[in-house]
Ligand binder design. Sequence first.
Ligand SMILES: [Zn+2]
Ligand SMILES: [Zn+2]
Length: 610
Amino acid sequence: MKKVVSFILALTIIFSVLTVGASAAAVKTECGGKCDTCPSIVVPGIGQSNVWALDENGDYILDDEGNRVSCFPAIFDIGTIVLKAIFPVLLTLLTQRDIGLSSALSDIILDSFEVNMCDDNGKNTGNLEVEKYPYSVAECSEYEKEQIYNNVPLLDYAEQAGEDHLYYFAYNSFSNHLEIVNELYDFIQMVKRETGHNKVNIVPISMGGSVANGLLEYYPEVMDDLNKVVYIVPALDGSTIVGDLLSKDLTFFDKEFLFNGFLETLMDEDEARMIEVIARIIPDNVLLKGLHAAVNTLVDEVASKITSIWALSPSSYYPKLAKELLSDPARAEIKRETEMYYHAQLNSDKNIQTLVDKGVQVFNIVDYDVPLYCIGNTWNDDNADGVIHLDSTSMGVKSAKVGEALPADYVQANTHCSNPEHNHISPDRVVDASTGLLPDTTFYFDGQNHEKTARNDIIISLATRLLAKDDIKDVYSSPEYPQFNGARDPRGLKNSHIPAAKAVDTSALSPEVAAELEAALAEAEAFVNGTVCYAGQQKEVENRLRAALVAAGVYTVEEEEEPSDFFKNLSLWLYENYGTEGFSEMPGITVNLIFKPFFELFNKLLTPAF
Ligand SMILES: [Zn+2]
Ligand SMILES: [Zn+2]
């Protein structure tokens, strides 16, 4: 009897395992894998995945409004920051010396980034949850679809190919790069099983380019799983901003620049000048010391242990940085993994060429002619899209710097193009696309800012066309999508100005005003419906339509607020007369005459205590 029972039990187990296995392998797509469109997997960029902070019970931490707290890029808790900083700041103000300010700043950095920190093995130690979508968009909730489409508006693609042919590979931007790559490989296998297709398309965006580098290097067999790769502004060789940060080679450590010019590159000039003036309440050297301490902590304790950050540093920086930051034997595992990725970076072009040779269609969409954020000292060494230098996104293209052109006698180098008929020099003579690895399948967008790439509807429609159809093989396939195109974000035109112009009853207007409004409207509609533009065209079209709407009495002339030059003049006057000195260091300044005795008194009183 016992034998029979155990035999039945064994049968049941085998049967149930088989059913589970069969249902897990069930194809979920309507096409059953038989249609012509391969499913596409978006591998998004930095910060394009939701990562939520958890408390010790594993519950979401909520803010005052009841919303979940995002871990990206850090959790800046103003209350804690003020508590930590208030005494050191007051003491520093009173004594005009660094009494605890540097260490308070370091503490604040550690507190804020704690959730994103990794241990000596490069594994994330924070209590967090990555919001993942291990199923097609068709199975996503409305909330999840909103997150996905807001990051990458591939709605048209989903409509054409079906939402069951679209996947979004979410990952934590600040975590272990190798684990992200491993997960992507498994994700691709899952998509193949679920869709019934034996090949997939991948869309590596920005930081996703670094994940794709790892994928091709560590899993060369994945090349047989790929149908198309559509890179969008990919960080294939990192960004010099990250390389400079890890090198601590930063523009604002130059105090002349810190007090006259740096902040203006990041914000509105009047605000920047105001901060420059306020910063003088402590001596420049004290301020600099605080900044160095904050950056040292950020790099030594936080960034240099996060291997996904290492994957955003250019390969040329690696040997020196590894020596500086990873020599400690305790960091051997981080060194091993980053060295693996260093080779993936060095082999990036070779691996992409292998893809092409195997018949995988590889496309690249890049932005150029936007200066890199002026943070790292090499910010102006190459053309860029504001965030990544062009050499990295374009697979090694030769270009002029932002605002410059290639020399008048420059001749197309044809490093990677052998067709003498092709003109790969951009109309503005900034880029020689023949020098990039894929001259015939790389699309360039002039003046397009990296961070607003997804708002350029031409880029989205190009990506959609490349993924959903097979008619565009290269930059010569269709005049709708030429190699060189322009920046734009026509949401204002589409959602406000054009509807406003269409609603106007032109019969009530004078013939001239009516004619101009109709002409401006026609031009605007042609512009938004077209897929070719030049940088700056949108502004011209929009200005004309706005002016016509003002003439028609629909819009009123916007009163331009007179910018106040108060702080600008004050900051420049201080800089001219006192360099970068703090108020207390300025000889003969009234403020100083009044306060100097107090500073001296406080110093006497407080020094023994510290
Ligand atoms: Zn299909
Ligand atoms: Zn060519």
